[in-house]
Design a protein around this ligand. Structure first.
Ligand SMILES: [Zn+2]
Length: 382
């Protein structure tokens, strides 16, 4: 049985341990102790060395209480976004929020608290279960770096759940792939008052390109954004350089490729409109760009075993889960790209990444019951 008060209290403890990305050491040590007391063998990988952090991903293994059976993975992330230091949680019956000056950190400490409670409940009930593996990642909020560098060959499990979304009656099985784009526009510098006709304005090129670009929600699978723009030196100088950063995301690789090419073309065409001949030399607007794959998509088919398992577990609780397609990425994207079959279940966290973030305890309990039943069912069927 899930113990609501115990889970809430653990959650309150967790959010009061600061853990911004790359500074997860203190919470990792707390969790190491907690998991060890629950019979787990805890180790850390070396991802901290690759990302400049204070601790690596936490990997814990709890031996099964029955022989055979396939291992099962439960995963959440330890880091939080800012402002996330000195969090003072306020409990109002079913709702927990911050004091308004910070985030709450339910993203993703609600996931961690649920996983720990599920382990306690399993031990109390003495239900036979197969080996369980717990991964608490670092730097999820910083480009999914923990999961990006996680060496999955250290894991025995090939299927499991990530607890890092909002609605406990939803199972996220699809998330987009993303490209990260950087464009540098080159113009030609000149004095803006004395001889503007001798300049090519890089900011103007960027503006023309962006004005003609398809951005925002492009269809139900694809989005694109221009997020930052930097350039220019002073108001009396025609700017010669501007750097623009953007992204494109899609659940469909062909659409992602088409949108990426469209964004490049907009910049190339805008740059091509600007040229200038000075003293026999022709200067042209130019663009250079970099396209980087940020992450691959999460795609778990409806007939996948994990989906069947969670659906079945929900049925045993008299509930239905909705399979959900999201526009955001999580650690599940990387685990899926590395060959694991993982879906992302909601924990009750709401309005995340804002100081209005809150957690509904009833939802947290719903999530814990679903995860507990899923683990039990997995054990009885594997
Ligand atoms: Zn999260």
């Amino acid at each position: 049985m899930i113990n609501r008060d115990r889970m809430r209290d653990h959650f309150l403890t967790l959010v009061q341990i600061d853990s911004p990305s790359r500074k997860e050491r203190e919470i990792a040590m707390h969790l190491k102790e907690e998991l060890t007391s629950l019979g787990a063998e805890v180790s850390f990988d070396q991802t901290d060395q690759m990302v400049g952090g204070t601790v690596g991903n936490l990997i814990a293994r709890i031996p099964g209480t029955r022989s055979g059976g396939t291992p099962f993975l439960l995963c959440a992330h330890m880091d939080t976004v800012g402002p996330g230091e000195g969090i003072k949680p306020q409990v109002e019956e079913n709702l927990i929020k911050s004091d308004g000056s910070t985030i709450l950190g339910a993203d993703d400490k609600s996931g961690i608290a649920i996983i720990c409670e599920v382990l306690r409940a399993l031990q109390k009930e003495k239900v036979p279960y197969a080996e369980l593996e717990i991964v608490f990642t670092i730097c999820e909020e910083s480009g999914l770096l923990g999961a990006r560098h996680l060496d999955v060959s250290r894991l025995h499990a090939r299927t499991g759940l990530i607890l890092d979304s909002s609605d406990p009656d939803r199972l996220i099985t699809r998330a987009p792939a993303a490209n990260r784009l950087q464009f540098t526009l080159q113009g030609f510098e000149a004095h803006a008052g004395v001889c503007p006709e001798r300049g090519i304005n890089a900011i103007r090129i960027a503006s023309e390109a962006i004005a003609g670009m398809r951005l925002g929600r492009l269809d139900d699978e694809t989005t694109a954004n221009i997020g930052t723009i930097e350039g220019g030196i002073a108001i009396n100088i025609i700017p010669s350089a501007v750097t623009v950063h953007g992204e494109a995301r899609s659940h469909d690789e062909a659409k992602l490729k088409a949108q990426t090419e469209h964004m490049i073309r907009c910049f190339e065409e805008a740059a091509g409109q600007h040229q200038l001949t000075l003293d026999g030399t022709t200067h042209r607007g130019q663009v250079t760009y970099q396209v980087q794959r940020d992450y691959d998509r999460l795609f778990i088919p409806e007939e996948a075993r994990i989906v069947q398992l969670v659906r079945h577990a929900a049925h045993t609780l008299g509930r239905e889960i909705t399979l959900w397609r999201t526009g955001g990425a999580s650690d599940a994207n990387f685990l899926c790209a590395k060959g694991l079959e993982v879906a992302n279940v909601g924990t009750g966290q709401r309005e995340v990444h804002t100081v209005r973030e809150y957690l509904l305890l009833d939802d947290m309990v719903r999530s814990a019951e679903l995860v507990l039943n899923t683990v039990k069912l997995h054990a009885s069927m594997s």
